[in-house]
Design a protein around this ligand. Structure first.
Ligand code: SAM
Length: 262
């Protein structure tokens, strides 16, 4: 039973963290004249309306992208994607990760996405149609194993579960190890929430045991409303692209300094 819907959370500070680093990585990777594969296991609907009652109800975008977009320079890849999406869909539109990726990629690159929720999948297929690619309404963890190694081999996989199923925390470390065995050169990007009771810590210990050279980057932020359990956002990147550690450090500084000013 799937109850999580990203429309309630689109454009929050976790999305700012995840999407700005995703745009940076894909912008960097597309500077080389060689095709790449973009794979995403938990795609969501691809495009969000920040005036939708779901977004207004939580107010997460108002405390997220509405405040944070001024943190980024006009030439940052994330700013450029936001500008193009607003020009196409209006000022209240916000891109999910598949559209952030599609806007950064070139015609020589390939896209494969999974989304299990029927309505989210239908919306995703509509919004992604202009970009092309392969979209599947299927379990993303199964997709991660079955499509690797992709063609072209050079590429990045985003794994962005909602962690509704608590066993996700236990099954992700062995899954990433299997994916890495099949696709050693792939950049694997796992997002996870920082919750007040820290259920991510055993998962991170296992991941760091298997991938000692991976990049772990976390930002903290105030809960979106009193009693909300999410107090930060984390990314674990296997085979991090050159320069990602420095870009992540710049983002940490922005989160630390700008959130203090608010
Ligand atoms: N990656 C999206 C973004 O940043 O715009 C947000 C994705 S949201 C956090 C997680 C999505 O995973 C939800 O849309 C949910 O319906 C979907 N989902 C949940 N379980 C899944 C599964 N086993 N396989 C594929 N999708 C799943």
């Amino acid at each position: 039973m799937l109850s999580y819907q990203h429309a309630y959370h689109a454009g929050n500070l976790a999305d700012v963290h995840k999407h700005s680093l995703l745009a940076w990585m894909l912008d960097y990777l597309t500077q080389k004249d060689k095709a790449l594969s973009y794979l995403e296991t938990h795609a969501g609907r691809g495009l969000y309306d920040l005036t939708d009652p779901a977004a207004v109800k939580t107010g997460e975008a108002a405390k997220g992208i509405a405040m944070a977009e001024s943190w980024f320079t006009p030439d940052h890849p994330y700013t450029r994607v936001l500008g193009r999406i607003r020009a196409k869909y209006g000022t209240d539109a916000y891109p999910g990760s598949p559209i952030v990726a599609a806007e950064c990629l070139r015609v020589i690159d390939s896209i494969q996405l999974s989304e299990l929720h029927p309505q989210e999948y239908a919306a995703l297929a509509t919004y992604m149609a202009p970009y092309g690619g392969v979209f599947r309404q299927r379990d993303g963890f199964g997709m991660a194993l079955s499509v690797c190694p992709p063609d072209p081999r050079r590429g990045l996989m985003l794994i962005d579960p909602s962690f509704e199923v608590k066993t996700d925390y236990e099954m992700i470390p062995p899954l990433l190890a299997k994916v890495h065995r099949k696709w050693g050169v792939g950049i694997l990007v796992l997002w996870y929430p920082l919750l007040t009771d820290s259920p991510h810590l055993p998962m991170l210990r296992a991941l760091q045991g298997t991938f000692p050279d991976a990049l772990r980057h976390e930002v903290g932020f105030p809960p979106a409303r009193p009693g909300h359990r999410m107090v930060g956002s984390g990314l674990f990147v296997v085979n991090p692209p050159y320069g990602l550690a420095e870009e992540a450090q710049r983002l940490s500084t922005l989160f630390d300094t700008k959130l203090k000013q608010n």
